[in-house]
Design a protein around this ligand. Structure first.
Ligand code: GLA
Length: 677
């Protein structure tokens, strides 16, 4: 080979190398080529080239082959690392929701700054073109907001969506919230320990039933000191029953013992006109079974509450939600039948038969039972409601042995001025109209509240009207013990976050016997008839449960209790966390300080200590040295206890010390501060 040739070959090899490493081509990357499952959205699953209902993407009658079908509130984070030059897409609401009135806004964020927004879009608006330069942007977020009118039917499509990239490196969808499940609750000791609230309210003459919740090995023996006449404690089951003839306050010392030891706890029984002195704790059928509920499922839920050990931590109510009655539209023969008998008595559907034997079954386990109705002619699911039969229904509940009624506005908006043309079928099952007028809002709840109060039985009255007319201001006056403050929860981060952020406004009205209800828990296997593991990430579930306890919320498990995994059980059985919810002072936590996306909630407890929940609503881990104690009204020398881990972690002087706090994205740390060196 000549010298010249050698040079030529060397030059060729070098230029090939240079070409392959330095010289790259611009490339198109389609949005649907990324892992869309990283998105979080308000309902359903992210659709790759499909709509939320898994159909062809269609905006204003135009179909699109490629894109991302999602549901507000929606967020997809994409790591660009400076590799993209432009994003383009055509966006709009999918035609599949015709007949409804959705509104959304599409927003593109680059490194947290708004780069583009569609403006509010409605159904049938033609697709809007989005073209956003991205040079230098590291992280991009595609967001769909609910357009300001709630996220009902907000099926939103990013179609023909693609990036122009430099071709130098990858771009990838990412979800910064950890999926790692970790259990913090220590295992219960085999020695006896009595859990549950420190106070219990009952009215004179009402049947009394209280199970002493205790962890520890069985067999266990129960005894008491100071139990007033009229009540007796079953030494084997730990169930107290009977009746108290007269008002009075009784401090009863309860004892539980097994082979390994003995434990005692004082329970203050307050016999008077107030009940639910601590928020109700139990389970409700709606979030897992919805319209599939049956007597069999209720019995199995009661069995599961016992077998899982939840009963030993104070979980008590087994509540039947909608669909125990007959239904106006269902094709299922089990749900079709007369709504009431000739005397007007409500008739359960074929899946339930008689309610009394079911109530007895639940009571025999030491648990309590709840039921559901509406002041309108129809429940939200189109089953028979109580309109015109309120007194009869209240009596029936009492005779059956019902302990709790959830009373849901649903169709009542359609009968505010009476039944139109005397025809209930002219009334829609859901009509929240009228609820913003205070007198109209109060009327149906006062009616049922008075009838319940007249029964010879304590029935917790749970108002469900989504917070209309500031229900927290008047719920007590209609004999309510709790009231929903919001619309329905779903197992999405956006739902939990937006409900959590709305609670402070009602906090001042929470007190023993009166509780704000931010809706049921969405942890474990939930799914409204199609159960699936909660879409909330583990940290989001810790935040959800911690905050609901801080809020003194009624705690209603919404999952299938036959499918509890260790993680979910850990969340539901931490007695120190539950004790915040059940604290007898009944103060609801409010946010007292913020550090960026970190919100710091404080709840004053009966013993004078304070529970503090550091909640990270942001997408990045927070790591700070905190010293804002004066804002939390925490003074002097304090012991700091980590409630999830049930461990003292620090002793601080709030004037001088800083507390190092690390909170995972969408997670919490939950501490109790109490005076001491
Ligand atoms: C409403 C309530 C839910 C549930 C359903 C039943 O949506 O808010 O909690 O009770 O009705 O149809």
């Amino acid at each position: 080979m000549s010298k010249n040739n050698t040079w030529l070959i060397a030059a060729l090899i070098f230029s090939l190398y240079f070409f392959s490493t330095q010289c790259v081509f611009a490339q198109t990357v389609w949005l649907d080529q990324l892992d869309l499952s990283a998105a979080t959205q308000g309902y359903g699953m992210p659709g790759k080239n499909k709509s939320v209902e898994n159909k062809t993407l269609t905006i204003a009658s135009k179909t699109f082959e490629r894109g991302f079908g999602t549901h507000a509130e929606s967020s997809l984070l994409i790591k660009l690392n400076g590799n993209a030059t432009r994003f383009t897409a055509l966006v709009g609401i999918d035609d599949e929701v015709t007949g409804h009135d959705p509104a959304v806004e599409f927003v593109v964020l680059g490194d947290k700054k708004k780069l583009w927004s569609s403006g509010i879009m409605h159904l049938k608006d033609s697709a809007r073109f989005c073209s956003v330069p991205l040079t230098g942007v590291q992280t991009m977020e595609l967001v769909v907001t609910d357009g300001g009118n709630g996220n009902y039917y907000d099926h939103a499509d990013w179609t023909d969506a693609k990036f122009e990239t430099s071709g130098k490196g990858n771009i990838a969808a990412t979800n910064p919230i950890s999926s790692e499940k970790y259990i913090l609750t220590p295992k219960a000791s085999p020695k006896p320990k009595i859990n549950g609230p420190a106070v219990y309210g009952v009215r004179p003459g009402s049947p009394f039933q209280y199970l002493v919740p205790a962890t520890g090995n069985r067999p266990m023996r129960f005894s008491s000191k100071g139990l007033p006449a009229g009540l007796k404690l079953d030494a084997q089951t730990g169930i107290i029953t009977g009746k108290l003839p007269k008002a009075g306050t009784f401090n009863v010392i309860l004892t539980a013992s097994n082979k390994l030891g003995k434990a005692a706890k004082t329970l203050r029984i307050m016999c008077g006109d107030r009940i639910a002195l601590t928020p109700a704790m139990g389970w409700n059928s709606w979030n897992c079974f919805a319209n599939e509920v049956s007597a069999d499922k209720i019995k199995r839920a009661a069995d599961a509450m016992v077998k899982s050990g939840l009963i030993n931590h104070g979980w008590t109510y087994i509540n039947i939600d909608d669909f125990w009655q007959n239904n106006r539209d269902s094709k299922d023969p089990d749900l079709r039948g007369k709504f009431r008998d000739d005397r007007g008595n409500i008739l359960p559907n074929k899946r339930f038969g008689e309610i009394k034997p079911l109530a007895d079954f639940v009571h025999n386990k030491g648990l309590k039972i709840g039921i559901y109705s509406s002041p309108g002619p129809w429940t939200c699911g189109g089953c028979a409601g109580s309109y015109g039969h309120e007194e009869q229904d209240a009596k029936a509940y009492s005779e059956w042995g019902i302990d709790y009624l959830k009373y849901d506005w649903c169709s009542y908006g359609g009968v505010i001025d009476g039944m139109p043309e005397n025809d209930p079928y002219k009334v829609a099952s859901f009509s929240p109209t009228g609820g913003s007028n205070l007198q109209t809002a109060i009327k149906p709840y006062k009616l049922m509240g008075d009838y319940l109060r007249a029964q010879p039985r304590d029935i917790v009255f749970s108002l469900c009207q989504y917070g209309m007319s500031d229900v927290w201001k008047w719920g007590d006056s209609v004999n309510g013990q709790s009231w929903r403050t919001t619309g329905d929860i779903t197992d999405t981060w956006n739902s939990v976050k937006s409900i959590a952020l709305e609670q402070d406004k009602a906090a001042a009205w929470a007190k023993p016997g009166n509780w704000n209800d931010p809706d049921m828990l969405v942890i474990g296997n939930v799914g409204w008839g199609n159960p699936h593991p909660s879409k909330l990430k583990p940290d989001e579930q810790y935040l959800h449960f911690s905050l609901w306890c801080m809020f003194s919320a009624p705690l209603l498990i919404g999952c299938d209790m036959e499918k509890l995994d260790d993680f979910t059980l850990g969340l539901l059985t931490n007695d120190e966390v539950i004790a915040l919810d059940q604290d007898p002072l009944g103060k609801q936590a409010t946010c007292q300080d913020t550090v960026g996306d970190l919100r710091i909630y404080v709840k004053t407890l009966a013993d004078g200590s304070k529970a503090v929940c550091f909640c990270n609503f942001g997408q990045e881990k927070v790591s700070i040295a905190y010293n804002g104690f004066s804002k939390l009204n925490i003074k002097g020398k304090q012991q700091v206890r980590d409630l999830w881990r049930q461990k003292n972690i620090a002793a601080i002087d709030t004037r001088t010390s800083k507390l190092h706090i690390e909170v995972p994205a969408h997670g919490v740390v939950l501490y109790k501060f109490y005076p001491g060196k």
